[in-house]
Ligand binder design. Structure first.
Ligand code: LLP
Length: 421
């Protein structure tokens, strides 16, 4: 459920008219709903309320300070994967004790920054990284809390570019070698083992792969405890999918996911951490764009929008489907026509949808891409020197520009000329 609905013939975000925001901010722009964001976070929090837990929002999905602060006020922890994300979490007022640090290539500088500023735990992805953390912690005279990310070799049944839990993927250490690696962790100075970490992929639409992975984590917990390790925390990653095509997709609910965790791992008495990104913010955000031209091609009509692949890369990169709806509600009996919906970038890949059935549209009409809150703004670029588009946050009947559109001068002035030019 989200808070982008038609009312009196026009699409609204909570109590604000989207056409009104477009008139003030200009198009294209990302628009987020506070109520949806908070609702989704609480669904996870409630799903784990049967025991001690921390929901660490995977901020790679959308990392604007206003989004982080909204979630932090709800009690969210953060999952970060870079020094930059760590700095963002701290800037949003999240204490280090609520930040987990994931990612396959943490540098010594990033490790140092997190150990200095405070960190709940590092999710270690490899033996060389474990040794690097040990070394930096020892240099700083401190102890780094760690979990080790195990790769359970399960098929997440999702898009190949976002599956991470098979043995051929670059993530984690093979679960078959876990005991050996934990033994080394216990020997190294400057490390304190606190638990186990697992994340098998993103946009999972079934519970079964989670169940397989979590059962393996349960077995491993007992084996490691028998080896003498103190396993008090289980970080179970993110990955729960969202319905992109509302008519025919119904991924599992957070409540079912929480019950699955309780069933597979609840008996171990560990604190549970999860790292959801997409489900928290995906359907809490839309991308609003304007039709520049309707072009009648040979055997097909093109809707040329002012948003492009640089603003929302998911269709080009993952063949992702996003629902695209007109901001003015079409009459119930309106006949739909197929359009190829494209952006202005000079690449055929700059195509959002082919033969998409839409009500008739014309130049200057507004459309909204649904489910664009996660991996939208954060993956955008200035390709074709198209400025990064603004982000806007709605709360009840108020809206605020939470990232402004840069001017051309601001973009150009980031370049420096060498002295010989
Ligand atoms: N934890 C770790 C270690 C991750 O690598 C990820 C996502 C998450 C948590 C959050 O997963 P989520 O709950 O959002 O599924 N750009 C792609 C998705 C990449 C996901 C990368 N890792 C897309 O647009 O579909």
């Amino acid at each position: 459920m989200d808070h982008f609905i038609y009312q009196d013939g026009t699409l609204r975000a909570e109590d604000v008219s989207i056409a009104e925001i477009a008139a003030t901010v200009g198009t294209p722009f990302y628009l987020y709903s506070t109520a949806t964001l908070v609702r989704h976070f609480r669904l996870f929090d409630e799903a784990l309320s049967w025991g001690p837990h921390l929901v660490c929002y995977a901020m790679k999905a959308a990392s604007n300070q206003a989004i982080l602060k909204t979630l932090a006020q709800e009690g969210a922890g953060m999952d970060v994967v870079s020094g930059g994300e760590y700095a963002r979490a701290i800037a949003a007022g999240v204490s280090g004790e609520r930040i987990v640090f994931s990612g396959v290539g943490k540098t010594a500088d990033e490790i140092r920054a997190a150990l200095t500023g405070g960190i709940r735990q590092f999710n270690v992805e490899s033996e060389p990284e474990m040794r690097a953390i040990s070394q930096v912690a020892t240099e700083l005279g401190t102890v780094a809390p760690i979990t080790i990310r195990v790769n359970p070799d399960v098929d997440a049944k999702t898009h190949a570019k976002i599956a991470t839990g098979k043995s051929e993927n670059k993530f984690g250490i093979p679960i078959s070698r876990a005991r050996e690696v934990y033994a080394e962790a216990a020997r190294l100075p400057g490390l304190k083992v606190v638990g186990i970490d697992v994340h098998i992929g993103s946009q999972l639409t079934q519970l079964e792969p989670f169940e397989q992975a979590y059962q393996k984590v349960a077995d491993l917990t007992e084996a490691l405890r028998a080896d003498g390790h103190e396993i008090t925390r289980l970080d179970l990653g993110g990955g729960l999918g969202i319905p992109y095509a509302r008519s025919n997709e119904a991924p599992p609910l957070p409540s079912d996911y929480g019950a699955l965790i309780q069933r597979t791992l609840g008996h171990l008495g560990c604190e549970i951490e999860i790292e959801p990104g997409r489900l928290v913010v995906g359907n809490a955000g839309i991308l609003v764009s304007k039709v520049i031209y309707v072009k009648n091609g040979e055997g097909r009509d093109f809707l040329i929008l002012d948003a492009a692949m640089n603003d929302l890369i998911r269709p080009a990169m993952y063949d992702a489907h996003h629902e695209i709806v007109p901001v003015i509600e079409p009459e119930a009996a309106t006949e739909l026509t197929p359009y190829d919906i494209v952006g202005p970038v000079c690449e055929t890949g700059d195509t959002f949808a082919k033969g998409r059935l839409m009500p008739p549209l014309q130049a200057d009409d507004l459309v909204a891409f649904r489910s664009a809150g996660a991996y939208g703004a954060v993956m955008s670029s200035e390709y074709n020197t198209r400025p990064l588009i603004p982000e806007v946050l709605v709360k009840d009947d108020q809206f605020s520009v939470i990232r402004a559109r840069p001017t051309f001068d601001e973009i150009i002035n980031r370049d420096n000329l060498p002295e010989w030019l």
